[in-house]
Design a protein around this ligand. Structure first.
Ligand code: CIR
Length: 260
């Protein structure tokens, strides 16, 4: 029998000129150079391509400074895509263009008011889906997401977060049964059964990793936590995303990666 080949598709969106007008919650506003951010984003796209993704790059969305952070607009599962209702009202109009982009690949269902969910709050590990109860994602959002996906065998669990924007600011998957976590921002107990790697205490923002296949795409400004990942055998592709970090973005938020 021929081996099955996994074709990974990644949806991204170019950085808009208005990035400096982004939403900010836990990061102090500082000057953002959109040209520099765009160059960093291009390197990110190239990294995804080098890791085997077919990358679709959408044009910037005028009047939507945060639209580069496409992760927040959808949860893409093998069986369907759930279009979110982002917690920040300024971001809700981003969803329609992502819906149109996803429709060739997945049946799409939409969360409805009063539900709010940001994709950054949704961590899927196999059939388990964890949803951060942050300022962006509410209990109604958890309920509607559960109703949409439980028929496919997924469990959906709400997880409290603190002092950070999203659940995936605090914890991401870095191996089949391994996660990287900042225990100051989310309780370890919520992830019992997984092997935990903790961020270095000097690098609280270091828990956000994008896993593509077995490779990890990772900001280049967390060397101490990176050393912990590499000591555990991880292959890390480090990128300068410093300008996107000023907009409270990181590496998972700039793409929707799924099997096409
Ligand atoms: C926001 O506050 O919505 C954006 N400035 C940053 C969103 C980052 N999204 C993510 O990490 N999933």
């Amino acid at each position: 029998m021929p081996a099955l080949t996994r074709r990974l598709h990644a949806i991204t969106r170019e950085v808009g000129i208005e990035l400096a007008g982004c939403e900010l919650s836990f990061v102090a506003r500082s000057p953002i150079d959109p040209g520099r951010a765009a160059a960093q984003h291009e390197a990110y796209v190239e990294c995804l391509r080098a890791l085997g993704c077919e990358v679709q790059v959408l044009p910037p969305l005028p009047d939507h400074p945060d639209a580069v952070f496409v992760e927040d607009t959808a949860i893409v599962l093998p069986e369907l895509a759930v279009l979110t209702r982002p917690g920040a009202p300024s971001r809700r109009a981003e969803v329609a263009t992502i819906a149109a982009t996803l429709e060739p690949y997945r049946r799409c269902v939409s969360l409805q008011a009063p539900a709010t969910v940001d994709g950054g709050d949704v961590l899927r590990i196999g059939q388990r889906i964890y949803v951060g109860q942050s300022a962006r994602s509410n209990a109604e959002g958890v309920g509607q997401l559960r109703a949409a996906v439980s028929a496919f065998g997924y469990s959906v669990t709400a997880v409290a977060t603190r002092d950070c924007l999203h659940l995936k600011s605090a914890v991401t998957q870095v191996g089949d049964n391994r996660i990287l976590i900042n225990p100051e921002w989310v309780d370890r107990e919520a992830f019992r059964g997984y092997e935990l790697i903790e961020v270095d205490p000097d690098e609280p923002h270091a828990a956000n990793v994008l896993r593509v296949g077995d490779a990890l795409v990772y900001p280049d400004n967390f060397p101490k936590t990176r050393a912990r990942l590499e000591a555990a055998g991880a292959v890390v592709h480090a990128l300068d995303v410093s300008e996107l970090q000023k907009a409270e973005g990181a590496v998972t938020c700039c793409s929707l990666v799924f099997e096409a």
